[in-house]
Design a protein around this ligand. Structure first.
Ligand code: PRP
Length: 213
């Protein structure tokens, strides 16, 4: 059996559809109901739904042989896993955004609100800007509006949330998408199966879609 950690939600469902298209699943999502794990006897795959930010933990520690995780989460956690494929789904960009009237004052630390504090710190260290980081767990767009921060460091997909809240992108930091990740020991000991799955998944990746930011 191969254990696969899928991120709960739309991205995970899309990823599972890719496993099915690759020949590694046949069960209908609707039939799975609220079960957190299910098995595809024919292909020998055991799937389980986990919180998107936890996929890398399951894979890194070997509870899952492989999984699908967003590049944003992988970068933030510094997960010690092999990243074998960019699935081309869940595309968005890591951006810095601010109120339309924002002007930077380089004489003082920039107040940055984010869910991705390590990635934000790394980015600002790379451009040599002093910051004061404010860790939030969601709805980060509110922070500059309420004066909690100067900017936000967050993912932008359609740009709809920024627009609806009067914010604008002031810097694009990196491209984000869903990645196929594999546990390092499993990569060694289940190498033939993993190579087969990787090749099949690669055949169904959405390589040519572009991000709409
Ligand atoms: C994410 C992100 C933005 C939004 C961007 O939030 O943090 O708020 O999506 O998407 P858009 O560009 O298409 O509007 P999420 O939905 O994960 O909710 P959260 O506020 O709980 O983080």
């Amino acid at each position: 059996m191969i254990n696969v950690a899928l991120p709960k939600g739309r991205l995970g469902e899309k990823a599972y559809a890719m496993f099915c298209a690759a020949g590694y699943g046949s069960m209908d999502i609707g039939d799975i109901g609220r079960k957190l794990s299910f098995r595809d006897e024919k292909s020998g795959m055991n799937y389980f739904w986990v919180k998107p930010s936890d996929v890398a933990v399951y894979v890194e520690r070997g509870a899952a042989d492989m999984g699908i995780a967003g590049k944003d989460v992988l970068d933030e956690d510094g997960a010690d896993v092999y990243e074998l494929l960019d699935l081309g789904i869940g595309r968005c960009k890591m951006c810095v955004a601010a109120r339309k009237d924002f002007t930077d004052d380089p004489s003082r630390p920039l107040k940055v609100a984010s869910k991705f504090v390590h990635s934000a710190e790394r980015y600002y260290a790379s451009i040599g800007r002093r910051i004061a980081i404010i860790k939030l767990n969601g709805s980060v767009e509110l922070a500059p509006i309420l004066g909690l921060s100067d900017v936000i460091f967050d993912i932008v997909e359609t740009g709809g949330t920024l627009k609806a809240n009067g914010l604008r992108v002031i810097a694009e930091v990196s491209d984000i998408s869903a990645r196929f990740v594999v546990n390092k020991a499993a990569y060694k000991f289940k190498s033939a199966e993993i190579a087969r799955i990787t090749e099949k998944l690669n055949g169904v990746c959405e390589h040519d879609k572009t991000c709409c930011v």
